[in-house]
Design a protein around this ligand. Structure first.
Ligand SMILES: NC(=O)c1ccc[n+]([C@@H]2O[C@H](COP(=O)([O-])OP(=O)(O)OC[C@H]3O[C@@H](n4cnc5c(N)ncnc54)[C@H](OP(=O)(O)O)[C@@H]3O)[C@@H](O)[C@H]2O)c1
Length: 311
């Protein structure tokens, strides 16, 4: 009996992981085919995650509008995408200069984006500015800059594009947020506040636009791991191992987040948390046992004297 269990349990685990893996691959293929010809806008397409999203949506046959504030990086991304893609199944991306902090100009950029293909099917709000430092050390000017880049900028762009989606009775607006849009952690006050604000905006918007067949999605990873380790496509053994490794390790890989953005868009998911059990549990503790949550986050806090912008 013991010997049989010793044999059957690993086989069962192997079988279930195989089925799970095949299921993921089927969903991935279906998600890709759903993106063919769709006009997809990605803000800050040159960030670590933005690049991966651009690659995934471009390969899926979407008509991309890539936005960013570093023109040379946008051009390099454009060249990299077209150099590896099959031109018979992909479209050459269009590039639009967009600085999320330049609020007065965003309405005009929205028009430029709409003019690229005459409509927008999917708007992916990926741009965001990060900062860390004790709240009292961050100047009010910097607080406002963060709110402009992470809240007022994105909502200005949304307000420029949303009326067109409503009049066409179709569209999807996606927010790449962070778990800090739901949980406050020390030394991230400005960033977390801006992420809470945009999360609140999206949660309200979702219900408002549903009747017009416009869908609203939020994706919140905890921590995105190094951009350098890439999975090797086609290596099933390695992929199954990586699948389990990622589940166990802290943080998600940008390729995994980009694939999740694609799945979220094609399946019109409303809210996704990409987190391991501990950060997920923290969300429940924050809701049901707030004193415990506050005590835990206060533990080990060491005050830093100078706020510094993250690169
Ligand atoms: N990295 C993580 O661990 C993590 C975790 C959870 C959620 N997220 C979310 O994932 C998204 C992408 O983050 P990421 O880690 O890929 O970014 P990243 O690689 O850290 O790069 C930050 C990007 O933000 C751009 N940026 C800063 N201010 C801007 C502005 N005013 N207008 C336009 N772009 C601006 C920077 O452009 P320049 O280089 O030209 O300044 C840079 O491309 C963000 O929404 C972030 O909140 C990230």
């Amino acid at each position: 009996m013991g010997f049989l269990a010793f044999l059957i349990i690993p086989l069962l685990i192997l079988g279930i992981s195989g089925i799970l893996f095949i299921y993921r691959e089927v969903v991935r293929l279906m998600s890709r085919s759903a993106m063919k010809n769709k006009v997809v806008v990605i803000t800050d397409a040159v960030s670590g995650l933005g690049k991966e999203c651009s690659r995934v949506f471009h390969a899926a046959g979407a008509r991309l509008v890539l936005c960013g504030k570093a023109w040379e990086k946008l051009e390099a991304l454009h060249d990299a995408l077209i150099s590896v893609a099959d031109p018979s199944v992909t479209f050459t991306p269009k590039l639009v200069f967009l600085d999320m902090g330049d609020i007065n100009n965003i309405q005009a950029v929205g028009k430029e984006i709409l003019d690229c293909y005459g409509c927008v099917d999917v708007l992916i709000n990926n741009a965001s500015m990060k900062i860390k430092g004790p709240a009292h050390s961050v100047t009010l000017e910097l607080d406002k800059k963060i709110m402009d880049a992470n809240y007022f900028g994105p909502i200005t762009l949304i307000k420029a594009i949303l009326p067109h989606m409503i009049s066409r009775r179709t569209g999807q607006i996606v927010l790449v947020n962070t778990i800090q849009g739901k949980l406050g952690v020390p030394f991230r006050a400005a960033y977390a506040a801006s992420k809470h604000a945009i999360q609140g905006f999206f949660d309200c918007l979702r219900a408002e636009v549903e009747e017009f067949d416009v869908f609203v999605s939020t994706i919140s990873p905890t921590f995105i791991r190094s951009y350098h380790v890439q999975p090797q496509p086609g290596n099933w053994e390695a992929s199954i191992w990586k699948f389990f490794f990622r589940k166990l390790s802290y943080g998600v890989h940008p390729v995994e987040v980009a694939e999740e953005v694609l799945r979220t868009v094609s399946r019109r998911k409303q809210e996704v948390f990409m987190a391991n059990p501990i950060p997920k549990a923290a969300l429940y503790v924050r809701t049901f046992l707030p004193e415990l949550f506050f005590a835990v986050v206060a533990t080990g806090v060491k005050e830093k004297h100078f706020a510094e912008e993250e690169k």
